[in-house]
Design a protein around this ligand. Structure first.
Ligand SMILES: NC(=O)c1ccc[n+]([C@@H]2O[C@H](COP(=O)([O-])OP(=O)(O)OC[C@H]3O[C@@H](n4cnc5c(N)ncnc54)[C@H](O)[C@@H]3O)[C@@H](O)[C@H]2O)c1
Length: 356
């Protein structure tokens, strides 16, 4: 990627008030980039996460929908970004079981609107700016479906999405691919495994369990707890996206993963141990005694595992955190940032079970 005449790279980041998007925005600003941050502020968007960059002149926050063509078109022509990085999505599988329509609206129809605006803007650029422009679409390993005991998802694995969430993400990935093949739009797609780390909305497994374990409440485990996810620290996901953005081959997809397959029950027990070491329960109970098995999620995929060797081989990216170091940092972050979590919980979400 080239940068603007001032030497500054300008990014239009969508969904930059959500978990991963905000971590990416904070990282990009720290690296000196200018960020136009377009976010609808759904229940998952949180401006508290961006409080530290509220007055940063290189951060422009705009509340709006990726499917609003007039707004997106204006942002592109006003700010002339070098790249669009699309994080905006409905992202929670359980919510997609309760109400799939919102997932199609944002993840499919919204992404289509964003792609059309990006294509029209890209066509208006001069040759050198057009060849440097990138549209990076952030997606998930869930598009590949579920694995048995062996094997890993590669970029060649056939798509087989099982939930309304993963089906909507798969559809958006196909649209991105089609915009490259049909119009020549310089696209990149990343498919990442489960993320964890600072600023994650406490409906997702790791922050939910941390909150409940802190409060000494039952820790719900879906099914037998043996479902496997390949966990990646969010900062490592952000560094992978930055690497793909600057060095990825146009039109390609890259799998992103941490080589950290863990059963859900192991994840929960790890959190219990870390919290017991840092803040023992007043009554002396071990937090593992709070684990409660609950009815499984309908259609719960058994195992995800990512082969990220293409990203390592071609672009030299590797995660900086192991599961152990990333989990310890994450637990410490939630302990130190209870005010952030409490403000999220004061809103509409009360850690209730969804998607049954
Ligand atoms: N969380 C994970 O483990 C994970 C793993 C792989 C890929 N991903 C993908 O990464 C992206 C970000 O995930 P996340 O966990 O940060 O999600 P999130 O739910 O925390 O954040 C999504 C953000 O998008 C915004 N948004 C929703 N609809 C919008 C719309 N129509 N227009 C503009 N903004 C809108 C929300 O307000 C929110 O700030 C998603 O595309 C997701 O599919 C997530």
């Amino acid at each position: 990627m080239t940068s603007t005449p001032s030497g500054l790279t300008t990014l239009l980041v969508t969904g930059g008030a959500g978990f991963i998007g905000a971590n990416f925005v904070l990282q990009a600003l720290a690296e000196g980039k200018k960020v136009i941050n377009l976010d609808k502020l759904t229940y998952a968007g949180n401006l508290d996460t961006l409080a530290s960059v509220h007055d940063n002149p290189r951060h422009v926050f705009v509340q709006g929908d990726i499917g609003d063509r007039a707004l997106v078109g204006k942002l592109l022509t006003d700010y002339r970004p070098d790249a669009v990085v699309n994080f905006a999505a409905e992202s929670h599988v359980d919510r997609s079981i309760d109400g799939p329509a919102a997932f199609v609206e944002t993840n499919v129809v919204g992404t289509l609107g964003l792609l059309e605006c990006a294509r029209d803007y890209w066509r208006s650029l001069d040759t050198s700016a057009a060849s440097a422009f990138r549209f990076l679409h952030v997606s998930t390993d869930e598009v590949y479906g579920s694995l048995g005991d062996d094997g890993k998802f590669t970029e060649e694995t056939a798509y087989a999405p099982n939930s309304p969430y993963s089906a909507s993400k798969a559809a958006s990935d196909h649209l991105v691919r089609a915009f490259h093949h049909t119009y020549g739009l310089p696209t990149l797609t990343t498919n990442c495994s489960n993320n964890y780390g600072p600023f994650q909305f406490p409906e997702k497994l790791i922050p939910l369990v941390i909150q409940k374990a802190l409060a000494g409440e039952p820790l719900p485990i879906y099914g037998d707890g043996l479902n496997i996810r390949d966990w990646l620290y969010v900062g490592d996901h952000c560094s992978a996206i930055a690497r793909v953005l600057t060095a990825g081959r146009v039109g390609e997809t890259y799998n992103v993963g941490g080589n950290a397959e863990q059963q859900n029950i192991t994840v929960v027990k790890t959190i219990c141990t870390l919290l017991d070491q840092r803040l023992p329960l007043a009554d002396g109970r071990k937090r593992e005694s709070l684990i409660t098995y609950v009815k499984d999620r309908p259609g719960h995929d058994r195992r995800y595992a990512i082969d990220a060797s293409k990203l390592q081989r071609e672009l030299g990216w590797a995660p900086s955190q192991t599961f152990e170091s990333g989990m310890a940092q994450t637990v410490d972050w939630y302990l130190e940032n209870q005010a952030w979590t409490q403000r999220v919980l004061d809103g509409s979400y009360r850690m209730e079970r969804l998607g049954t």
